[in-house]
Design a protein around this ligand. Structure first.
Ligand SMILES: NC(=O)C1=CN([C@@H]2O[C@H](COP(=O)(O)OP(=O)(O)OC[C@H]3O[C@@H](n4cnc5c(N)ncnc54)[C@H](OP(=O)(O)O)[C@@H]3O)[C@@H](O)[C@H]2O)C=CC1
Ligand SMILES: CC(=O)N[C@@H](CCC(=O)OP(=O)(O)O)C(=O)O
Length: 341
């Protein structure tokens, strides 16, 4: 099978290349770049010196089975209809096809949606929650990293009406690779090292994505308080959620709901009671880890999820989506990739 990656020089792109290289079904891998076409991949990532993978102009990407677009939002949507016309399945790691409404996209992303006519054809690619809808599809919106961790924790509980919908507080922390490879004042070393800060307070673009999918699960429109923070570490994400449980709901029911949803899942793990998720549990892997408790004094559930922002939050989940779209084993290419320390 022929597979391509646009934005291959970015952080999500290089994780795709790393994982696709070990995927049994991927025979030919084509990398596209707007900045280093014509060079070998080792010119950007020197550890690729023994593989001699060439980089093409995006425009010269040949006909493929699947194309991953790991580009800044707005760019993928401009190119998508041309790829779909060539019968290439498109998996977008960016935000262009995640929101159902072009108006909501335009409000939060501050640009006109470049291809709103395609929104109806896109599927939200979170396999553990929407597996059957993803199979065989040609346009897949890979979820954002914060939404992935949040939705894995909350969607099953909201579907079963175990939580109240009027009080959901999502306190999230991400490693700096979440911001991509491009340097900005807010994410260069001296600004991040030995520092800890919230950003996007009450305004982060993942808020409407989280609300869209939680509303779908709850069967009613709901709002959340979502506050992301930047942690001085390279990769990883930990999300702590505070929620009010429904009348009379006990901790055991919350846990049983997760276990029923995830007991067959290769990548989602409800930890044994008392073991709390750490970012290193997921590092380099497609695994997500969950834990919760019901604080008897306040009556609030405290729910924690961890993923690797670059893997389950981006490249790994995108490969799961490719496997579903192509009818391959869902975990193909995603085993044995963990990093510790
Ligand atoms: N980092 C993460 O944890 C996650 C990222 N994502 C999403 O994945 C996509 C890629 O993210 P990430 O890899 O972190 O980002 P990077 O900034 O690291 O990489 C983006 C790549 O896009 C290419 N590109 C093409 N045109 C442009 C342009 N006009 N401006 C900037 N870059 C351009 C660049 O490659 P070249 O110069 O070779 O063309 C660049 O390397 C984004 O949509 C991001 O939001 C989603 C979930 C998590
Ligand atoms: C630490 C950091 O900056 N993280 C990124 C999230 C990356 C991501 O998932 O972005 P997209 O939704 O644009 O794909 C951010 O907060 O924007």
């Amino acid at each position: 099978m022929k597979v391509g990656v646009l934005g291959a020089t970015g952080y999500a792109g290089q994780e795709l290349v790393r994982l696709l290289h070990r995927h049994e079904e991927v025979k030919d891998l084509y990398l596209g770049s707007s900045s280093v076409a014509g060079e070998d991949y080792e010119s950007v990532y020197p550890h690729w010196l023994d593989q001699k993978v060439g980089i093409l102009q995006d425009e010269n990407i040949p006909d493929l089975d699947v194309l991953f677009c790991a580009l800044p939002h707005g760019l993928t949507a401009k190119k998508t209809s041309a790829f779909l016309a060539r019968k290439i399945k498109v998996i977008d790691l960016g935000a262009d096809f995640r929101l159902n409404s072009a108006e909501v996209y335009e409000e939060w992303y501050k640009i006109k949606h470049p291809a709103s006519e395609l929104l109806k054809d896109a599927v939200y690619g979170l396999p553990e929650l929407y597996r059957e809808q993803i199979r065989g599809r040609s346009l897949i919106a890979n979820p954002g990293c914060y939404p992935t961790a949040t939705l894995l924790a909350l969607v099953p509980l909201l579907r079963k009406k175990l939580l109240q919908t009027g009080y959901l507080i999502i306190d999230a922390k991400s490693g700096v690779s979440g911001a991509g490879r491009g340097v900005s004042l807010g994410n260069h070393y001296a600004e991040v090292n030995e520092n800890f800060k919230a950003y996007g307070v009450a305004s982060h673009r993942h808020t409407p994505e989280i609300e869209q999918e939680l509303s779908r699960a709850a069967g009613q429109l709901l709002n959340v308080n979502f506050t992301p923070h930047l942690v001085p570490m390279t990769r990883g994400m930990l999300v702590t959620i505070y929620a009010k449980v429904g009348e009379g709901i006990q901790e055991e029911e919350l846990r049983r709901c997760w276990l029923e949803q995830y007991e067959q899942e290769e990548f989602i793990h409800v930890l044994p009671q008392g073991t709390w998720p750490q970012t290193k549990f997921s590092s380099g892997s497609n695994h997500a880890f969950l834990q919760l408790t019901l604080d008897q004094r306040t009556g609030n559930a405290v729910i924690i999820a961890t993923i690797d922002n670059l893997i389950k939050g981006a490249a790994g989940q995108a490969i799961q989506n490719m496997n579903l779209a192509m009818g391959w084993p869902e975990g193909q290419g995603l085993q044995g990739t963990a990093l510790w320390p």
